[in-house]
Design a protein around this ligand. Structure first.
Ligand SMILES: *[C@@H]1O[C@H](CO)[C@@H](O)[C@H](O)[C@H]1NC(C)=O
Ligand SMILES: *[C@@H]1O[C@H](CO)[C@@H](O)[C@H](O)[C@H]1NC(C)=O
Ligand SMILES: *[C@@H]1O[C@H](CO)[C@@H](O)[C@H](O)[C@H]1NC(C)=O
Ligand SMILES: *[C@@H]1O[C@H](CO)[C@@H](O)[C@H](O)[C@H]1NC(C)=O
Length: 438
């Protein structure tokens, strides 16, 4: 035993040891003060409390280029495969290994070898007391007044500037006060962190839902609207192990966020450079990432693959099926397997009476940009409203918890539907009674 436990015969030595340990833990390990700098040459990093995240400089070397590119980023400290969760200067790398991060004039700035800023927090407010930058246990890098240590009273936070990764407690969506809409943007390629072709963004037109976009505006995949349990186009979201999903909708924000039920489980939500959304979890004792969910998962996930008034069923051949009462718009194209034109009504809708509703079960709800929501009424009133509204093409419950509540009404073409074996929800499509049964 003697050899193992250090001998602190001298109380003085012990005192200094304690002070050193305290100093190490209380000061400067997870912070950058206004008098400190973080340089590439010092090799110093900032480590979050709990040792999960590490902030520092890293470089990538692209085969086509001789020169290195240096970035300021955050990665997991202890997982063997280097995985970056945030990057400050993804589109503005440093071209050599002379770079400095410091607090200057109430901003965090990253300077290159000419002392020119390549990145900064761009804050305009003057702050009198010294600022401090701090890497929090959840991976959020924040800038705050050194005298104000209140959660969420940050002058700036990296969580507001996502790269390709959503961490637990981070929010993705629109801040209604600042009008900011946070979204993920993929890396250009697995070893090039610059902004790539894919993004994952909340669409707030009509009823909010997330879209996976290519080249900023072409929809590749949509999650569908939030139905109380999950997104309509992610049928088993409520069954993800250790993950609690939430969709926040209030006066301040419309956003998705998630947390974990177990402190020893870690997780990240990432948009890959090839446009795949992926959710991983792993445990802190064993680095064996588990792919919980990814999308697009099959052809039926691809946006509007079947065109309007047609739904995708991965078990049928062809996978596209006209809704009952509808027929292929272009029969020749449909037979050739080109179903993008979708289907058209066999009989036109009349305004008012003479219409019926076709109930479809286990559905991913159609695109919601023309949908309207009324959370106060139920399915019966929803149907009445759809009957009265000549433009209404279909309706559904807004929330499927506890037997269903709220009302969604579509006033345009019904696009991008699929059915599921389990999950999804009931959708009611308006038809002319003349076409029902045909
Ligand atoms: C930083 O790391 C590099 C490469 O490992 C090494 O050459 C250099 O001496 C280190 N600098 C300091 C200040 O430790
Ligand atoms: C980096 O560049 C700055 C500005 O030119 C210079 O003052 C500093 O000495 C350089 N540091 C190193 C390690 O070369
Ligand atoms: C989720 O889990 C519950 C209970 O285990 C099960 O009944 C349900 O079918 C699952 N939902 C989906 C969509 O897989
Ligand atoms: C229908 O589809 C065929 C095959 O793609 C195409 O040649 C034809 O022009 C289409 N007809 C109309 C009316 O769009």
């Amino acid at each position: 035993m003697r050899g193992v436990i250090p001998n602190y015969h001298h109380s003085y030595n012990f005192f200094f040891f304690v002070v050193l340990v305290l100093f190490h833990h209380v000061f400067s390990i997870n912070t950058l003060t206004s008098t400190e700098t973080l340089t590439i040459s010092s090799n110093r990093t900032i480590v979050s409390p709990g040792d999960i995240f590490e902030l520092g400089f890293f470089k990538t070397t692209r085969s086509s280029r001789v020169c290195d590119r240096w970035y300021l980023g955050i990665w997991y400290k202890s997982i063997p495969e280097r995985t970056y969760v945030w990057i400050a200067n993804r589109d503005n790398p440093l071209s050599n290994s002379n770079g400095t991060l410091k607090i200057s004039y109430a901003n965090l700035v990253l300077l290159d070898h000419h002392n020119t800023p390549v990145w900064s927090t761009k804050l305009r407010k003057a702050v009198k007391s010294p600022l401090v930058a701090e890497l929090l246990a959840n991976g959020n890098f924040v800038l705050r007044d050194s005298k104000v240590n209140v959660p969420n009273r940050f002058l700036w936070q990296s969580f507001d500037f996502p790269v390709d990764t959503l961490l637990p407690e981070m929010k993705l969506g629109r801040n209604l006060k600042t009008r900011n809409n946070n979204f993920l943007t993929s890396w250009k390629s697995p070893n090039d962190p610059s902004s790539g072709d894919f993004s994952f963004k909340l669409d707030t037109q009509g009823l909010p839902e997330f879209h996976l976009l290519m080249m900023k505006d072409a929809i590749v995949y949509r999650t569908g609207p939030w139905n109380g349990l999950g997104f309509s186009g992610i049928p088993n979201m409520q069954n993800w192990s250790y993950v609690v999903n939430s969709f926040i909708e209030n006066r301040e924000e419309v956003a998705y966020t998630f947390k974990l039920t177990n402190q020893r489980i870690h997780s990240r939500f990432t948009l890959s450079s090839t446009g795949s959304l992926q959710l991983y979890t792993w445990s802190s004792t064993l680095w064996a990432p588990n792919l919980v969910w990814s999308s697009p998962v099959d052809k039926c996930d691809l946006f509007s693959i079947c065109g309007p008034y047609s739904y995708c069923d991965i078990k049928t051949s062809p996978i596209c099926n006209c809704i009952r009462g509808f027929a292929p718009k272009n029969v020749t194209a449909w037979i050739l397997g080109d179903e993008f034109d979708g289907c058209v009504r066999k009989s036109p809708l009349s305004c008012g009476r003479g219409n019926v509703f076709m109930a479809m079960k286990n559905m991913k709800l159609p695109k919601t940009s023309t949908a309207i929501v009324d959370k106060r009424i139920g399915l019966k009133e929803c149907k009445e409203r759809c009957i009265r509204d000549c433009k209404c093409t279909g309706f559904a419950n807004a929330d499927i918890q506890n037997g269903g509540s709220g009302c969604l009404i579509w006033t345009g073409d019904l696009v991008d539907m699929r059915n599921y074996v389990t999950g999804g929800q009931d959708l009611y499509v308006k038809l002319a009674s003349a076409s029902f049964g045909h």
